[in-house]
Design a protein around this ligand. Sequence first.
Ligand code: NAP
Length: 341
Amino acid sequence: MPADLLRRHVPLHRLNSFGLPAHADWLAVINAPAQLTALMRQPEWRYLQRFVLGGGSNLVLTGDFAGLVLQVKIAGRERVAEETDAWIVRAGAGENWHAFVCWTLECGWPGLENLALIPGTVGAAPIQNIGAYGLEMAERFHQLEAVDLETGESVMFDSPACQFGYRDSVFKREAAGRYLITAVTFRLPKRWQPVTRYADLARELETRRIAQPTARQIANAVVAIRSRKLPDPACIGNAGSFFKNPLVDAATFSHLAVRYPNLPHYPQPDGRIKLAAGWLIEHCGWKGQNRGPVGVYEHQALVLINRGGARGADVLRLARAIQETVWAEFGVELEPEPVVL
Ligand code: NAP
């Protein structure tokens, strides 16, 4: 592997959107699947502890990493087929997600517009089945290509094999750390229907006096809402939503609804009720609060931010304090969304 693609003692603070300080013993930039296969054939790399890094936008670094970071930069995007009811579009795992969404829209292939401006790479999207404004990536997913880091073999995953769930997939559970995703293929519907049921999005379109939005107009509205509510990681370090929205059973919800009549809640197909983690956190008084160099974003209580000079331990300390107060107030457990390394 060329020396410029394999580096030693590499600082990671610019490679994670929280801006947390840490070093990796080794970092390899992966531009093509073949590079990875060649690297994994060499025993000295194959048996080293590994971590796959995309955009670093869903990551809390708690210290130095004594192993090999694989930074995925595999580029490329293409339409691979046109079927009677869909366009089949493929992108390299290292492509920036938002740029990819914009490209599909410019090409006239709608379907990903609600997921505009989500930070991170295409390859990271299936791992947590990214979702926003009533749409999950799984609804547009066709298949993905990956390299098995244990065997060095290329493997293909279809949707059932990915076991997509709410902000979840097999890559966060049984297969965690085993595969490096190299490309993702999407199925974008020709008979497209706008998804505008989320209140923020419906309001934004109404304000813009758009009754029958195009996909591009939905993307523009989503970009405007997200830009207002979420901090730009280039200016304020953060990892997006820090906690998943908790799901509670109907009995738990009934008890809570008596005490908190305004509690936002969303019934799920499986009978459970989704609560808004941001509302629970805000209700506990955390919005805009600081704990040393970290804080809770003043415009969105679900986002923890680096106010400057924070370390991973500061983030985890604040996250634990929030979990404790939400548990004490509501008896609801909040589960962090980012990967902690
Ligand atoms: P919001 O509009 O303040 O609503 C709070 C939560 O309630 C959302 O997280 C959403 O759950 C849920 N919700 C709202 N309307 C709903 C509906 N009509 N049906 C079902 N559930 C509904 O949310 P927000 O924090 O500004 O986020 C807006 C969207 O962007 C959400 O979908 C959110 O997941 C997504 N987002 C994700 C991240 C991330 O880092 N993962 C960061 C920012 C925003 P869901 O989360 O299940 O949609």
